[in-house]
Design a protein around this ligand. Sequence first.
Ligand code: MEV
Length: 420
Amino acid sequence: MSSSRIPNFYRLNVDERAKIIKELTGLTDDELNILKSSKIGLSIADKMIENVIGTFELPLGVATNFLINNKDYLIPMVIEEPSVVAAASNAARMCREGGGLFAVSTESIMFSQIQVVGVTSPHTSVMRILQNKDEILRIANEKDPILYSLGGGAKDLEVRLIHSSVGTMIVIHLIVDVKDAMGANAVNTMAEAVAPYIEKITGGKVLLRIISNLADKRLVKVWTKVPKEAVGGPEIVDGIVYAWAFAASDPYRAATHNKGIMNGVIAVGLATGQDTRALEAGAHAYASKSGKYTTLSTWEKNEDGDLVGYLEMPMAVGVVGGATRVNPLAKISLKILGVKTARELAEVMGSVGLAQNLAALRALVSEGIQKGHMKLHARQIAIAVGAQGDEVDKVVSEMVKSGVIRIDKAKEILSKLRGN
Ligand code: MEV
């Protein structure tokens, strides 16, 4: 490529940008058409982010069997990884046999952080901030009259002193009930709005004014009881408890355990247009809140020998604002889910996370994760070598039978099938 410096690229329209990228990178017409064959519409995509030349698709599957708080849900999931949707449906069926999953959530409380540096007497400044709390909240709420009229808005302040390597700083948490929004825009706007007043009363300088993604005031808690027969018997129950105990004591395993939970959470997050990076950041920071990274879920055996799972994690999601309302695919996913509020969505997403975790642990303590995976992986390989229609299943079954799931093997089987 000659140079990635393309002045005024952002000023061009989608077609003009795509043409330049085609010329620079050697994309074919077909490849360009794939990029531009958008479901959400290029004009919408072009308003969502910058320098758009197309859109990117992932499969959307629907997980079945979910019973959450005694209500049935069909769960749209967007993910590139085979087995996840099947595993979620399977685990939801097991949970269903014990009455399903139960979830509660806190109010939609988010907060932004306001960093104040250069204060000469920090304790006096903290007192001034607290004494003027009502005025600070008033200024913040002026910025979002609609949220305020709905009963949301800035509710409180927390003021902390942080003794950092470059001196003591004041950090204010501006606590906001964001109702059905994810809330990043609301809390960031409010933090910026109150900054000049905070500088005036403290004599310090405000630097950062930004949301904290450790949304530990916006939690979802989920639990489920899975009858031992439903999960595969007493040995599997014990195995899952051992698997959890391993993860709870070892960050290396905990990261993977939590990744399994996030397979479910993020897949629903993507389908419904959430900020999935915020969800990941919040989840992993919350998993470290004791000072040691550990699991977001726990699994234990109850007095009847059944398996009981519990999950607690932040869940900053919205059903208004952001991509949820702009991206028509997110709107369709929300319609499939049938959720009415951000809290209901959070409860569903936490439940999918716990079910996904159950599915992974169950597979890991029994046949292992690769068996199911390999079959789906084999499908992708069969398609990659050009198998079509019935040929796909035939190539897959021959590959699985041979135990060799590779491109060369798939080619060989396909060529035999076709009589070459
Ligand atoms: C794979 O995407 C997720 C798992 O690794 C989760 C786990 O190990 O618990 C199977």
